[in-house]
Design a protein around this ligand. Structure first.
Ligand SMILES: NC(=O)c1ccc[n+]([C@@H]2O[C@H](COP(=O)([O-])OP(=O)(O)OC[C@H]3O[C@@H](n4cnc5c(N)ncnc54)[C@H](O)[C@@H]3O)[C@@H](O)[C@H]2O)c1
Length: 250
């Protein structure tokens, strides 16, 4: 990780990739503000971290709530100091129906959770990073946002939007010391794959498209996030890094 004292806000911290990311950043010494709507997983996460000498505080809430992002920043300031890292990781999949059959409320939910919430977090965090002259933002997009995804059009559209937001912010912030990148994982072995909407057929189809022939591990994703969240990244911003076992050729 970096040589500076790090303060990291991680959303979706209780899930597969979030938990691995928090563990990785905390092991490197970062103070963690762990955000998730699932209070039980956050309780377990912060207890485990405390037992291993990590420093973390939990913020329980729904990231689509406009009040949550400012609350997370206030918690960071009160507990550790100005955030140096923001990992926009929380996300949910779509309902497994073709785009023209998606209920408008479900479409809006896909975009609210998978895109607008990340905008809200950036809106709350970036001014302090600009003032400090330093920041690293990692947006967890998806291969779906690069290629589209049958029966998950809302999710794919939101992830594509997140990629475009990353590219826009990378350009806007290029001279400020604040670096913004995205990652685009393919299939990663996390609790998301156990969700009702994630059918066996879809999983098989996605696995067949990965030349390495296996799922990615949350720890592999966390390793790339930790790199992109560090001060070792100095000349990449507004970029998208794939983690796809050889699937991505863009
Ligand atoms: N697992 C994969 O194959 C895969 C592939 C590509 C991208 N991703 C992305 O990685 C990210 C993490 O996914 P994961 O696989 O770890 O899933 P996960 O289901 O294990 O974790 C997601 C976490 O986000 C939280 N969350 C969801 N909606 C929220 C909300 N409105 N407010 C607060 N918290 C909320 C959940 O409680 C959960 O803890 C997501 O953005 C997902 O789209 C996952």
């Amino acid at each position: 990780m970096s040589t500076r004292p790090e303060v990291a806000l991680v959303t979706g911290a209780g899930g597969g990739i979030g938990r691995a990311t928090v563990s990785r950043l905390a092991a490197a010494g970062a103070g963690i503000v762990a955000v998730d709507r699932d209070g039980d997983t956050l309780d377990r996460l912060t207890a485990d971290l405390a037992a291993s000498g990590g420093r973390a505080v939990a913020v329980v809430g729904d990231i689509t709530d406009e009040a949550l992002a400012p609350r997370a920043v206030e918690t960071a300031l009160a507990s550790f100091g100005t955030p140096t890292i923001l990992v926009n990781n929380a996300g949910v999949g779509s309902d497994q129906v073709p785009v023209w059959e998606v209920e408008p409320s479900a479409w809006r939910r896909d975009l609210e959770i998978n895109l607008t919430s990340h905008f809200l977090m950036c809106r709350a965090v970036v001014p302090a990073m600009i003032e400090a002259g330093y920041g690293r933002i990692v947006n967890v997009a998806s291969a779906a946002g690069m290629e589209g995804h049958p029966l998950a059009g809302g999710y794919a559209a939101a992830k594509a939007g997140l990629v475009a937001m990353t590219k826009s912010m990378g350009k806007e912030l290029a001279k400020t010391g604040v670096i913004v990148n995205a990652i685009a994982p393919a299939l990663i072995g996390t609790p998301m794959l156990e969700a009702e909407w994630f059918s066996d057929d879809i999983k098989r189809m996605l696995l067949e498209r990965i030349p390495m022939g296996r799922l990615g591990r949350p720890e592999e994703v966390a390793e790339m996030i930790a790199f992109l969240a560090s001060d070792r990244v100095t000349f990449s911003t507004g970029a998208v890094f794939d983690l796809s076992g050889g699937r991505a050729t863009y």
